[in-house]
Design a protein around this ligand. Structure first.
Ligand SMILES: [Zn+2]
Length: 209
């Protein structure tokens, strides 16, 4: 496997073959990573946050649960999970959201994911709602109000995914400064098969597993 770093407030994309695995890691802890996936042979079929809630029949997924596509097919399955807390209710942070809060730093995960996946022919409007890895969201009370908490990810936490089909995956180190991302925005790590080509991430070092 190869280790890569996605620098803070940026994204990366890569190919993963059916049956192969990769990991999203949290080098410094408390950092959210937004993730999307596309069917590599037909990118109009892509991760669907809504059908992932529906098919798993829950609002939080972990080991043994799959991410489903717009066509209802599993595309990635979580096979190992140190953190156990990930969000499938919120959309990716994005330019209109962050421009209001941080006018000097426009651009968020939606833009990071688009820029990373652009070499694969993905258009900005094609970026779907995300799996927000390491993000803690809660549903409270009878009115089912949504609330975000601080990411519970510890430094070094990893989530392993196995591909259920040939896929393009894009991951963003979340750009939204605030408590859900801990005290400061940091990088996200990726471990991918040796032959993998990434767009947008910097190589960290090489491991043989
Ligand atoms: Zn974000």
């Amino acid at each position: 496997m190869m280790d890569y770093t996605i620098p803070k407030k940026s994204g990366a994309s890569f190919h993963i073959d059916e049956g192969e695995s990769f990991e999203v890691t949290n080098p410094e802890g408390e950092q959210i990573a937004d993730l999307v996936a596309f069917n590599r042979h037909n990118v109009s079929e892509k991760y669907s946050q809504a059908y992932t809630r529906h098919m798993n029949n829950k609002l939080r997924i972990s080991t043994g649960d799959s991410l489903y596509t717009t066509e209802g097919n599993p595309i990635l399955t979580i096979t190992s999970d140190d953190t156990g807390v990930h969000d499938i209710m919120y959309g990716p942070c994005n330019e209109w959201m962050l421009t209001d809060i941080f006018p000097d730093e426009p651009g968020g995960c939606r833009e990071n994911l688009y820029l990373a996946a652009k070499p694969e022919g993905i258009e900005e409007e094609d970026v779907p709602n995300t799996l927000n890895v390491f993000q803690k969201s809660m549903v409270k009370g009878e009115d089912q109000e949504l609330e975000l908490g601080r990411s519970p990810a510890d430094p070094g936490d990893a989530v392993e995914f196995e591909a259920n089909q040939d896929a393009i995956v894009a991951v963003s180190a979340c750009s939204a400064a605030g408590e859900p991302n801990g005290d400061e925005l940091t990088s996200i790590g990726l471990k991918v098969p040796d032959y993998t080509t990434l767009h947008g991430a910097s190589i960290q070092n090489e491991h043989n597993h």
